[in-house]
Design a protein around this ligand. Structure first.
Ligand SMILES: Nc1ncnc2c1ncn2[C@@H]1O[C@H](COP(=O)(O)OP(=O)(O)OP(=O)(O)O)[C@@H](O)[C@H]1O
Ligand SMILES: [Mg+2]
Length: 233
Protein backbone atom coordinates (compact mmCIF):
# COMPACT_ATOMS: atom_id res chain seq x y z
CA UNK A 1 0.00 0.00 0.00
CA UNK A 2 1.46 3.38 -0.93
CA UNK A 3 1.28 6.54 1.16
CA UNK A 4 -0.62 8.16 -1.68
CA UNK A 5 -3.25 5.53 -2.41
CA UNK A 6 -5.18 5.88 0.85
CA UNK A 7 -5.69 9.60 0.70
CA UNK A 8 -8.25 11.63 -1.12
CA UNK A 9 -6.34 14.82 -0.35
CA UNK A 10 -4.25 17.24 -2.41
CA UNK A 11 -1.01 15.68 -3.61
CA UNK A 12 0.91 18.64 -2.19
CA UNK A 13 -0.15 21.47 0.07
CA UNK A 14 1.92 24.29 1.54
CA UNK A 15 0.64 26.86 4.00
CA UNK A 16 2.76 29.93 4.76
CA UNK A 17 6.02 28.12 4.19
CA UNK A 18 9.35 29.89 4.58
CA UNK A 19 12.85 28.56 4.08
CA UNK A 20 15.89 30.39 5.41
CA UNK A 21 19.35 28.93 4.83
CA UNK A 22 21.66 29.84 7.70
CA UNK A 23 22.55 32.42 8.56
CA UNK A 24 20.13 34.65 6.65
CA UNK A 25 19.44 33.59 3.04
CA UNK A 26 15.69 33.77 2.57
CA UNK A 27 14.92 31.29 -0.21
CA UNK A 28 11.14 31.09 0.29
CA UNK A 29 8.75 33.33 2.18
CA UNK A 30 5.10 32.79 3.07
CA UNK A 31 4.47 30.37 0.23
CA UNK A 32 0.99 28.82 0.09
CA UNK A 33 -0.51 26.64 -2.65
CA UNK A 34 -2.26 23.37 -3.22
CA UNK A 35 -1.75 20.84 -6.00
CA UNK A 36 -4.53 18.42 -6.78
CA UNK A 37 -3.90 14.74 -7.39
CA UNK A 38 -3.05 14.05 -11.01
CA UNK A 39 -2.40 17.70 -11.81
CA UNK A 40 0.58 18.90 -13.86
CA UNK A 41 1.97 22.19 -12.51
CA UNK A 42 4.87 24.30 -13.74
CA UNK A 43 7.02 26.18 -11.26
CA UNK A 44 8.70 29.18 -12.84
CA UNK A 45 10.82 32.13 -11.75
CA UNK A 46 14.23 33.63 -12.31
CA UNK A 47 17.45 31.97 -11.25
CA UNK A 48 17.59 32.09 -7.45
CA UNK A 49 13.81 32.57 -7.09
CA UNK A 50 13.50 29.45 -4.91
CA UNK A 51 12.28 26.72 -7.30
CA UNK A 52 14.78 24.03 -6.30
CA UNK A 53 14.36 24.91 -2.62
CA UNK A 54 10.62 24.41 -2.92
CA UNK A 55 11.00 21.00 -4.57
CA UNK A 56 13.55 19.95 -1.92
CA UNK A 57 11.04 20.74 0.82
CA UNK A 58 8.42 18.52 -0.82
CA UNK A 59 10.73 15.52 -1.07
CA UNK A 60 12.12 16.09 2.45
CA UNK A 61 15.70 16.84 1.42
CA UNK A 62 15.32 20.14 3.28
CA UNK A 63 13.10 21.12 6.20
CA UNK A 64 11.06 24.33 6.21
CA UNK A 65 11.97 27.09 8.66
CA UNK A 66 8.26 27.88 9.11
CA UNK A 67 4.90 26.71 7.85
CA UNK A 68 2.99 23.52 7.06
CA UNK A 69 3.76 21.06 4.28
CA UNK A 70 1.47 18.15 3.52
CA UNK A 71 2.18 15.50 0.92
CA UNK A 72 -0.68 13.11 0.18
CA UNK A 73 -2.44 14.49 3.26
CA UNK A 74 0.52 13.77 5.55
CA UNK A 75 2.02 16.59 7.62
CA UNK A 76 5.73 16.13 6.92
CA UNK A 77 6.74 17.52 10.32
CA UNK A 78 4.90 14.65 12.03
CA UNK A 79 6.33 11.77 10.04
CA UNK A 80 8.81 9.35 11.59
CA UNK A 81 12.17 8.83 9.89
CA UNK A 82 10.85 5.51 8.58
CA UNK A 83 7.69 7.09 7.17
CA UNK A 84 9.78 9.77 5.48
CA UNK A 85 11.99 7.12 3.93
CA UNK A 86 8.89 5.34 2.60
CA UNK A 87 7.42 8.57 1.27
CA UNK A 88 10.67 9.40 -0.51
CA UNK A 89 10.54 6.09 -2.32
CA UNK A 90 7.16 7.17 -3.69
CA UNK A 91 8.38 10.52 -5.02
CA UNK A 92 10.36 10.43 -8.25
CA UNK A 93 12.88 13.27 -8.38
CA UNK A 94 14.83 14.36 -11.45
CA UNK A 95 17.47 16.62 -9.92
CA UNK A 96 18.74 19.79 -11.59
CA UNK A 97 22.29 18.40 -11.23
CA UNK A 98 21.16 14.85 -12.17
CA UNK A 99 22.96 12.99 -9.33
CA UNK A 100 23.69 9.97 -11.54
CA UNK A 101 26.11 7.17 -10.79
CA UNK A 102 28.88 8.14 -13.21
CA UNK A 103 30.56 4.73 -13.37
CA UNK A 104 27.34 2.85 -14.11
CA UNK A 105 25.49 2.39 -17.39
CA UNK A 106 22.34 4.12 -18.53
CA UNK A 107 20.36 0.95 -17.86
CA UNK A 108 21.83 0.49 -14.38
CA UNK A 109 21.12 4.10 -13.37
CA UNK A 110 17.49 3.98 -14.47
CA UNK A 111 17.02 0.64 -12.71
CA UNK A 112 18.18 1.92 -9.29
CA UNK A 113 14.77 2.83 -7.80
CA UNK A 114 13.32 -0.50 -8.92
CA UNK A 115 16.29 -2.43 -7.52
CA UNK A 116 16.06 -0.78 -4.11
CA UNK A 117 12.37 -1.64 -3.89
CA UNK A 118 13.07 -5.27 -4.89
CA UNK A 119 11.10 -5.36 -8.16
CA UNK A 120 11.45 -8.57 -10.17
CA UNK A 121 14.27 -8.53 -12.74
CA UNK A 122 11.87 -9.11 -15.63
CA UNK A 123 9.73 -6.09 -14.65
CA UNK A 124 12.87 -3.97 -14.28
CA UNK A 125 14.12 -4.87 -17.73
CA UNK A 126 10.75 -4.21 -19.35
CA UNK A 127 10.20 -0.84 -17.66
CA UNK A 128 13.76 0.44 -18.08
CA UNK A 129 13.81 -0.48 -21.77
CA UNK A 130 10.42 1.18 -22.28
CA UNK A 131 11.76 4.44 -20.81
CA UNK A 132 15.03 4.19 -22.73
CA UNK A 133 13.08 3.88 -25.99
CA UNK A 134 10.66 6.71 -25.14
CA UNK A 135 13.55 9.08 -24.45
CA UNK A 136 15.55 8.07 -27.51
CA UNK A 137 18.43 6.59 -25.53
CA UNK A 138 18.38 3.14 -27.14
CA UNK A 139 21.87 3.43 -28.60
CA UNK A 140 23.26 4.52 -25.23
CA UNK A 141 21.61 1.76 -23.19
CA UNK A 142 24.86 0.05 -22.19
CA UNK A 143 27.13 3.11 -22.15
CA UNK A 144 28.61 4.44 -18.96
CA UNK A 145 26.98 7.71 -17.87
CA UNK A 146 30.33 9.52 -17.85
CA UNK A 147 30.47 9.04 -21.64
CA UNK A 148 27.15 10.84 -22.22
CA UNK A 149 26.34 14.40 -23.20
CA UNK A 150 24.57 16.65 -20.67
CA UNK A 151 21.30 16.31 -22.56
CA UNK A 152 21.59 12.53 -22.54
CA UNK A 153 22.36 12.53 -18.81
CA UNK A 154 19.35 14.75 -18.25
CA UNK A 155 17.10 12.18 -19.91
CA UNK A 156 18.64 9.36 -17.84
CA UNK A 157 17.84 11.35 -14.68
CA UNK A 158 14.24 11.73 -15.82
CA UNK A 159 13.86 8.08 -16.72
CA UNK A 160 15.25 7.08 -13.32
CA UNK A 161 12.73 9.39 -11.61
CA UNK A 162 9.89 7.79 -13.59
CA UNK A 163 11.03 4.17 -13.30
CA UNK A 164 8.93 3.16 -10.30
CA UNK A 165 5.76 4.82 -11.62
CA UNK A 166 5.79 7.23 -8.67
CA UNK A 167 2.48 8.86 -7.70
CA UNK A 168 4.38 12.18 -7.50
CA UNK A 169 7.16 13.27 -9.86
CA UNK A 170 9.31 16.36 -9.29
CA UNK A 171 11.37 17.44 -12.29
CA UNK A 172 13.87 20.24 -11.75
CA UNK A 173 14.71 22.04 -15.01
CA UNK A 174 14.13 18.87 -17.06
CA UNK A 175 14.73 20.42 -20.48
CA UNK A 176 17.63 22.71 -19.57
CA UNK A 177 20.06 20.94 -21.91
CA UNK A 178 17.70 19.76 -24.63
CA UNK A 179 16.83 20.91 -28.15
CA UNK A 180 13.18 21.43 -29.08
CA UNK A 181 12.50 18.01 -30.50
CA UNK A 182 14.15 16.21 -27.57
CA UNK A 183 12.19 18.46 -25.16
CA UNK A 184 9.04 17.18 -26.88
CA UNK A 185 10.02 13.59 -26.00
CA UNK A 186 10.24 14.68 -22.37
CA UNK A 187 6.86 16.41 -22.51
CA UNK A 188 5.38 13.29 -24.11
CA UNK A 189 6.77 11.23 -21.23
CA UNK A 190 5.15 13.60 -18.71
CA UNK A 191 1.81 13.34 -20.53
CA UNK A 192 2.08 9.54 -20.58
CA UNK A 193 2.92 9.34 -16.85
CA UNK A 194 0.16 11.80 -16.01
CA UNK A 195 -2.39 9.72 -17.95
CA UNK A 196 -1.40 6.80 -15.74
CA UNK A 197 -2.10 8.88 -12.63
CA UNK A 198 1.17 10.64 -11.74
CA UNK A 199 1.02 14.15 -10.30
CA UNK A 200 3.87 16.21 -11.78
CA UNK A 201 5.65 19.40 -10.73
CA UNK A 202 8.11 20.84 -13.23
CA UNK A 203 10.50 23.65 -12.27
CA UNK A 204 11.59 25.44 -15.42
CA UNK A 205 12.93 28.55 -17.12
CA UNK A 206 11.85 27.19 -20.48
CA UNK A 207 8.75 29.11 -21.49
CA UNK A 208 8.40 26.96 -24.60
CA UNK A 209 7.37 23.97 -22.50
CA UNK A 210 4.49 25.65 -20.65
CA UNK A 211 3.11 28.38 -22.88
CA UNK A 212 1.27 26.03 -25.26
CA UNK A 213 -0.77 24.08 -22.74
CA UNK A 214 -3.32 24.81 -20.05
CA UNK A 215 -1.49 23.50 -17.04
CA UNK A 216 -1.25 25.77 -14.02
CA UNK A 217 1.86 27.91 -13.58
CA UNK A 218 3.15 28.86 -10.12
CA UNK A 219 5.54 31.75 -10.49
CA UNK A 220 8.14 32.50 -7.82
CA UNK A 221 9.85 35.85 -7.44
CA UNK A 222 12.51 36.30 -4.76
CA UNK A 223 10.98 33.50 -2.71
CA UNK A 224 7.39 34.74 -2.96
CA UNK A 225 4.66 33.21 -5.08
CA UNK A 226 3.38 35.91 -7.39
CA UNK A 227 -0.41 36.24 -7.55
CA UNK A 228 -1.95 34.10 -10.30
CA UNK A 229 -2.37 35.99 -13.53
CA UNK A 230 -5.17 34.99 -15.90
CA UNK A 231 -3.62 33.26 -18.89
CA UNK A 232 -4.54 33.88 -22.50
CA UNK A 233 -6.76 31.06 -23.76
N1 LIG B 1 22.12 25.01 0.46
C1 LIG B 1 22.01 26.33 0.38
N2 LIG B 1 22.63 27.14 1.29
C2 LIG B 1 22.49 28.48 1.26
N3 LIG B 1 21.77 29.14 0.33
C3 LIG B 1 21.13 28.39 -0.61
C4 LIG B 1 21.24 26.97 -0.63
N4 LIG B 1 20.50 26.51 -1.68
C5 LIG B 1 19.98 27.60 -2.28
N5 LIG B 1 20.35 28.73 -1.64
C6 LIG B 1 19.95 30.11 -1.98
O1 LIG B 1 18.53 30.14 -1.93
C7 LIG B 1 18.01 30.94 -2.99
C8 LIG B 1 17.09 30.08 -3.86
O2 LIG B 1 17.87 29.09 -4.51
P1 LIG B 1 17.22 27.95 -5.42
O3 LIG B 1 18.30 27.00 -5.76
O4 LIG B 1 16.03 27.43 -4.73
O5 LIG B 1 16.77 28.82 -6.71
P2 LIG B 1 16.25 28.34 -8.14
O6 LIG B 1 14.98 29.10 -8.42
O7 LIG B 1 16.18 26.86 -8.19
O8 LIG B 1 17.41 28.87 -9.10
P3 LIG B 1 17.95 28.27 -10.51
O9 LIG B 1 16.91 28.65 -11.54
O10 LIG B 1 19.24 28.96 -10.71
O11 LIG B 1 18.09 26.79 -10.36
C9 LIG B 1 19.22 31.49 -3.74
O12 LIG B 1 19.50 32.77 -3.20
C10 LIG B 1 20.33 30.52 -3.38
O13 LIG B 1 21.59 31.14 -3.41
MG1 LIG C 1 17.10 25.43 -9.31
Amino acid sequence: MTTFSLEDRPAVEMVKVSKVYPPDVVALQDVSFSIAKEEIVFLTGMSGAGKTSLLKLICCIERPSKGLIEVAGKDLSRLSAKAIQKLRQEIGVAYQDFKLLQQRTVFQNIAVPMEVTYQPQRAIKQRVDELIDMLNLTEKRNKCVNELSRGEQQRVALARAAANRPPLLLADEPTGNLDNSTSKLVLNLFAYLNQKGTTIMIATHDEAIYRDNNHRVLDLSHGHLTPAVAREP
